[in-house]
Design a protein around this ligand. Structure first.
Ligand SMILES: *[C@@H]1O[C@H](CO)[C@@H](O)[C@H](O)[C@H]1NC(C)=O
Ligand SMILES: *[C@@H]1O[C@H](CO)[C@@H](O)[C@H](O)[C@H]1NC(C)=O
Length: 335
């Protein structure tokens, strides 16, 4: 009798252990979104980072758990013909600047030192809560970095750079200080995969817009603005994320497949060896969502995403489709 109980206890423990190794154990979600470049002709980098900001916020990560670093202010740039807006698309369907963007580090605050201090938690005493990454061992963190980079570095504001080794060491400090459970690292820059090559800490899944030796390319110019307004990788990532709802059961593997080479023109790089789980079993909402539900203010009207006025090249036409904003709060309450 005793023997039998022990045996069933064993199998119970084994089953429990197996299920634990598949399920995520995170208890909260954070996002660190960084645009490292300045100047008007880099409009697209602001639009890139705000596209991801829009998506994680829509999917449920509250502003208090998003660190947004933007080196230059395109919305209020005197050269912006449409003040207080940033569009990801020449057709102006999605104003990614929105009504409620909370920038945590702006202008000259976007430095390598502040970035590394933010990650490692070595901030000066008295740093406001909004400028701190208050994660713990239960946090899943989404990193998104964009700007100008090269083999092994990412430039910050044309004046300094963070190397892939410095980044990897900062992440290792985070691991040793129990500041994360899992990290999903996205980078959209030239030779982007060089920035995740040096990672050596556990539980990191990384994706990059291009491989070493490749440039990451911009998507299209808005003639009114006169510059490229979004990069290809992020454009297709946003197109994918706009169709994801907070109750989505899609897997991270589907996100890793966005922007195949025929539309990206660069090869998207993926690094999975440090990540403990099979990406086909990991719901996308483990990183692009929140464990807790949040209510957002009903500031975004429902808009049909109409791409029909954009002139697309032949290869882009495979992505020619419309999609819509989600209602962020039951609209009937307000009418
Ligand atoms: C998610 O919720 C929407 C309504 O809010 C519903 O139409 C859809 O079927 C749900 N999807 C899943 C996968 O449960
Ligand atoms: C991940 O899971 C899928 C489907 O369950 C399976 O086909 C694939 O081989 C797995 N990959 C690894 C690396 O285990």
């Amino acid at each position: 009798m005793y023997h039998l109980t022990l045996k069933s206890l064993y199998s119970f423990l084994i089953i429990l252990f197996m299920s634990l190794s598949v399920e995520s154990r995170h208890t909260n979600n954070w996002a660190v979104l960084v645009d490292t470049s300045r100047f008007w002709f880099n409009y697209r980098h602001v639009s890139n980072v705000l596209s991801i900001y829009r998506s994680v916020k829509r999917l449920g990560i509250p502003d208090s758990q998003i660190i947004l670093m933007i080196a230059d202010d395109m919305a209020c740039n005197p050269r912006n013909p449409r003040p207080a807006t940033v569009f990801n698309n020449a057709n102006q369907n999605i104003n990614v600047y929105g009504d409620d963007v909370e920038v945590d580090y702006r202008g000259y605050e976007v430095t390598v030192e502040n970035f590394v201090r933010l990650l490692t938690g070595r901030l000066p005493a008295g740093t406001p809560r909004s400028k701190q990454l208050l994660t713990d061992e239960g946090s899943n963190i989404l990193f998104y970095l964009t700007g100008h980079g090269g083999d092994g570095f990412l430039k910050f504001q044309d004046s300094e750079e963070v190397t892939s080794q410095e980044l990897a060491d900062a992440v290792e400090q985070m691991w040793q200080k129990r500041r994360y459970n899992e990290i999903f690292f996205i980078i959209d820059t030239c030779q982007a995969s060089s920035m995740f090559d040096k990672f050596y800490s556990p539980n990191i899944l990384a994706v990059a817009s291009s491989l070493i030796g490749e440039d990451s390319l911009s998507h299209h110019v808005d003639p009114a603005i006169g510059v490229y307004i979004i990069d290809r990788y992020t454009y297709y990532a946003l197109a994918f994320l706009e169709k994801v709802r907070p109750n989505s059961t899609r897997s991270m593997a589907t996100f890793l497949a966005v922007c195949p080479k025929r539309v990206c023109l660069s090869t998207v790089g993926v690094r999975k060896d440090l990540f403990g789980r099979n990406t086909t079993d990991v719901p996308i909402t483990d990183f692009f969502g929140a464990v807790r539900q949040v209510d957002l203010s009903p500031t975004h009207p429902l808009i049909e995403f109409d791409d029909s006025k954009i002139i697309l090249t032949e290869e882009e036409q495979t992505f020619h489709q419309s999609y819509a904003y989600l209602p962020q709060f039951p609209q009937e309450i307000w009418s």
